[in-house]
Design a protein around this ligand. Structure first.
Ligand code: PMP
Length: 387
């Protein structure tokens, strides 16, 4: 196990004078915190003997039913029996990897991909093979070629890990045609799909996209989370899996932690039952849309020629590409000296790629800070170009 680039950055980026475009922290201050406080106090007063007790390894049944209702917004029809509640979707990733991976097995993942997943895959000694992507998500032809090449080399592919909607870190979304193609390619090749979807309900311009799992219940393990639609502090996420996988997940869950915290599961359940959560998600969408707009407008005006970036339709992240010859990791200390932080692109690959890239997040700083951060960043890039 090695520390991720993001972890090493946290200490510097959290200094108040630094505008951090680095972390992916949701803006939880926008929640009605006193209401959440009342709800938690009421939970302990009225259902304390359950909330403070051990729970089932699969998770609270009422919460699993509510999770099914949340997933219906993305076209998923599933029952609570197929859901396992996990400690954030990060634990679901860990359990899935633990179940499937023997050292040397191959996991396919977009290039770039979520740093926390890559760390988990490496911890279990999986070999990650990246699949190329463009502005419409991963490229089906590249997936097909890679599967053939890996299988021809006699290596065993365990699953494709994909974040199809508002990807972390690239901010792009797999379009509908490609979703069908990717499912078909994986079905033909006997490759399971792990669809990680923490940002799916945070689209700015349209109704939620249909999840890949909605069209292939047997071929897809779907991972969801309340971290971005409610708050990460509850640490409540879930996996929706085909029956046989679900059984193993519960065993792995019990071996890891016996059961998830009953307290936070019930708190999330109570929140969903008593608060206008759809309205809350809508207001998060508006908040993040304004920040995305601030970042894109500032980049358009301020960044030197030769830089490009994605234009996310939702989620938290913009993926920027620097002109040929620049190295974002080498640039970072100079950026921090100018009081702005980002995550260098290499952390999102396992093969050393990503030097010219960086992830810029707009979820946490307020719009004025975002504009100031981009102004500082553009200045640093200008200086790099003159070195
Ligand atoms: N997957 C992706 C793509 C993420 O961006 C994150 C959080 N940054 C996670 C999983 C883990 O989130 P959590 O454990 O809070 O649900």
């Amino acid at each position: 196990m090695v520390a991720s680039e993001i972890r090493a950055l946290f200490a510097v980026a959290s200094r108040p004078e630094v505008v951090s475009l680095a972390g992916g922290m949701p803006y939880v201050t926008a929640l009605p915190l006193d209401l959440v406080g009342e709800l938690v106090a009421d939970l302990v007063a009225t259902r304390g003997s359950v909330a403070l007790q051990y729970g089932s390894g699969q998770g609270d049944l009422a919460l699993r039913e509510q999770i099914c209702e949340v997933m219906r917004m993305e076209g998923i029809e599933a029952g609570p029996d197929d859901v396992v509640v996990t400690v954030g979707s990060q634990q679901a990733l860990d359990l899935i990897t633990r179940i499937f991976i023997d050292p040397g097995d191959v996991v396919l993942a977009e290039g770039p991909s979520y740093v926390g997943a890559l760390g988990t895959f490496s911890a279990y000694q999986a070999k990650v093979v990246h699949i190329a992507m463009d502005d419409h998500g991963l490229i089906p032809e590249s997936l097909e070629e890679t599967i053939s090449a890996v299988q021809a080399a006699g290596e065993r592919i365990k699953f494709l890990y994909t974040i199809p909607t508002f990807q972390n870190p690239a901010g792009v979304t797999l379009n509908e045609v490609r979703r069908r193609q990717v499912l078909e390619i994986c079905r033909r090749a006997g490759v399971l799909v792990v669809e990680d979807n923490p940002y799916g309900l945070l689209g700015f311009d349209r109704e939620p996209l249909r999840a890949m799992r909605a069209d292939d219940p047997e071929g897809v393990v779907y991972l969801g989370s309340f971290s971005k639609t409610l708050a990460p502090g509850f640490r409540v996420g879930w996996a929706l899996a085909p029956h046989a996988v679900r059984q193993k997940l519960v065993l792995a869950m019990e071996s890891a932690v016996l059961s998830h915290s009953s307290f936070t599961q019930l708190a999330v359940g109570q929140y969903l039952a008593t608060q206008p959560w759809r309205e809350q998600i809508k207001s998060f969408r508006e908040l993040y849309r304004e920040r995305r707009d601030a970042m894109l407008a500032a980049l358009d005006v301020l960044m030197p020629p030769g830089c490009t970036w994605t234009r996310p339709g939702g989620g938290f992240f913009v993926w920027a590409t620097l002109p040929e010859g620049l190295d974002s990791k080498a640039m970072l200390p100079r950026a921090v000296a100018e009081r702005v932080a980002f995550v260098p692109g290499t952390g999102f690959y396992t093969d050393g790629d990503g030097k010219r890239h960086m992830r810029l997040s707009y979820c946490y700083p307020e719009p004025d800070r975002i504009r100031e951060g981009v102004r500082r960043l553009a200045g640093v890039v200008e200086q790099e170009l003159q070195l």
